[in-house]
Ligand binder design. Structure first.
Ligand code: FES
Length: 185
């Protein structure tokens, strides 16, 4: 039953738009950003996520101004990525959690739980307050990403992050779920 929940999250997140090569070229010329914004309904802050020889490359994505992320309060950021796989282009929504630890120190976690890839949330109050909670199998993580209980086999996956001209810039990539090692997909 719990696995069904996971599947539905993945399906929703990968509610992808498959494009022909011709359509894709048209978009590049005609203003791809505006079209994707209306199609997927989340802010466009980065797109390209390529697959070459079966190996995906991280996508550099700007998550907005550092000052917009409150210190000590994990904040979710959503965006779209475009995956290329031979002829096929897929647009999918992704999310990350941004934890600003101080004026200039920021940690960013991939939005997938490391158990089976469900989306997790930050809890401010109630049970497991001040923790990340994954509803699929009750995986619990601290603010720094460590597992405190549940089946996740490793901490939340951190992403490479830089501050450029006052903006938070990440290298987005996905990792295999369900294994102890942090391994790019
Ligand atoms: S997917 Fe199972 S605990 Fe998160």
């Amino acid at each position: 039953m719990a696995d069904e929940k996971c599947t539905s999250v993945t399906e929703a997140e990968d509610n992808a738009i498959r494009l022909s090569r011709r359509q894709f070229s048209k978009w590049l010329v005609g203003g791809i950003g505006a079209f994707m914004a209306s199609a997927v309904g989340v802010p466009i802050v980065g797109t390209i996520f390529s697959a070459a020889l079966g190996k995906r490359e991280a996508a550099e994505i700007t998550l907005g101004k550092l000052e917009d992320y409150p210190i000590g309060e994990p904040t979710v950021a959503q965006f779209t990525v475009m995956q290329t796989d031979g002829w096929q282009r897929t647009i999918a929504s992704r999310s990350v959690w941004v934890v600003r630890n101080s004026d200039s120190d920021v940690t960013v976690f991939n939005g997938h739980c490391t158990h089976l890839g469900c989306a997790y949330n930050w809890k401010d109050d109630g049970d497991h307050a001040e923790h990340f909670v994954c509803p699929c199998h009750n995986g619990i993580f601290t603010k720094d990403g460590s597992v405190t209980s549940g089946p996740p086999p490793r901490p939340l996956d951190t992403l490479s992050v830089q501050i450029k001209d006052g903006h938070v810039v990440i290298s987005y990539e996905d990792f295999r779920s369900g294994i102890p090692e942090k391994t790019p997909v």
